[in-house]
Design a protein around this ligand. Structure first.
Ligand code: PLP
Length: 365
């Protein structure tokens, strides 16, 4: 299976190490192992046996994961090594050459390039900035004129920050139900607000993937999961036996400790995200060369800038001159944009934006 370069990941690999002002990270300020183990009030860690553990994920962990959803039982959950692997497993299990897949752009490259590499026909529906990063209704409807095997979305979305609410998901399931089209919804940026409904709670062929990397600040645990019907989970578990067996008792136990404290972790993230959004809101009042559709949910947004400079050049100049680090819109096929994260110390973000303003003034003079 041939794959194109994953542009965002490559950009991070090549340049993130040089960041002084990391303005783009999608993961809320990570926790240390010390901070996490200090939450282990039930002394789970010292009793952990390092065998393969429960193959489809520790039962106690799955009970904690289930608290993030409204329906189902632990039989509807399987753990994976991160959300990325969860997505890959879903696509590899259910897609075949010749299938049609519908996904949204600008979006996460995995959703177009894995199906394409599997020989699928990929229909991309545009998220329109002038429409608050929502798709055009007619364009969306047209994508379903012939049978679709799978719709893939990210909710809330990277890089646009777009949150698809229940009304939109109901509309989408309306298109999908007649052909039993799967909806793979990567919900890694979902929190726990009552309106943040999961597709797996709404639709029998809805497959929700998620993990601890973003809203739970624990990317290093590499813990992800899938929630779907028991039949779908069974088919995915057949594949896991051939690929990675289990996520292992160490990651399962640490993840269980984290999710026993899920309300604290979500609240910690909420505070950081809203402080950063406040910094951007104030900055945008004065910055005439930039604009932003402020995301309702999640940790990322897609900042538009004015000026005749490719986003890659702008991002590299900011990094070289000041250590200010953004992912350029070119990594998402979208010029005049920078992907931003609301994930870091607001004072650092304020400083980084000061350098961005200087640069935008220079470019637009
Ligand atoms: C949409 C999306 N899905 C998945 C991931 C990776 O998730 P994980 O670290 O849990 O594999 C990312 C990371 O940037 C992402 O943006």
């Amino acid at each position: 299976m041939k794959l194109n370069d994953f542009l965002t990941e490559q950009w991070m690999n090549d340049y993130e190490g040089r960041a002084v002002y990391n303005m783009t990270d999608t993961c809320v300020q990570p926790l240390s192992l010390r901070e996490l183990t200090a939450m282990d009030e039930d002394h789970l860690l010292e009793r952990t046996i390092l065998d393969y553990g429960v193959i489809t994920g520790d039962e106690k962990l799955k009970e904690e994961i289930l608290r993030l959803y409204h329906t189902g039982s632990t039989a509807n959950i399987a753990t994976t090594h991160g959300c990325l692997a969860a997505n890959e497993m879903v696509m590899n299990t259910f897609l075949e050459p010749g299938d049609t897949v519908v996904t949204f752009v600008p979006g996460y490259q995995q959703f177009t390039d894995i199906p394409a590499s599997l020989g699928c026909r990929v229909i991309t529906v545009s998220l329109r900035e002038e429409n608050g990063w929502m798709p055009d209704e007619k364009e969306l409807e047209a994508a379903f004129h012939s049978p679709v095997k799978m719709v893939i979305l990210n909710n809330p979305a990277n890089p646009t920050g777009r949150f698809f609410d229940e009304a939109f998901l109901e509309k989408l399931t309306g298109y999908c139900r007649p052909e039993k089209t799967y909806i793979l919804s990567d919900e890694i940026y979902r929190g726990k607000d009552p309106d943040e409904i999961s597709v797996s709670d709404l639709y029998e062929y809805g497959i929700s993937t998620s993990g601890l990397a973003k809203m739970f600040s624990l990317a290093g645990l590499r813990m992800g999961w899938i929630k779907a019907s028991e039949e779908i989970i069974h088919q995915l578990n057949v594949r896991r036996d051939y690929t990675f067996i289990s996520t292992g008792p160490l990651a399962d136990t640490l993840s269980c400790i984290a999710l026993r404290n899920q309300d604290y972790l979500i609240e910690r993230s909420r505070k950081i995200i809203s402080a950063d959004k406040q910094v951007y809101t104030e900055w945008l009042k004065k910055e005439k060369h930039a604009s932003l559709v402020m995301p309702e949910k999640g940790t990322v947004g897609f900042l538009r800038y004015e000026g005749n400079i490719p986003s890659r050049d702008l991002a590299l100049q900011l990094l070289d001159e000041h250590g200010v680090f953004f992912v350029p819109g070119s990594c998402f096929g979208c010029e005049n944009h920078l992907r931003i994260g609301f994930t870091r110390d607001p004072e650092m973000v304020t400083e980084g934006l000061r350098f961005l303003s200087e640069k935008l003034a220079e470019i637009n003079c």
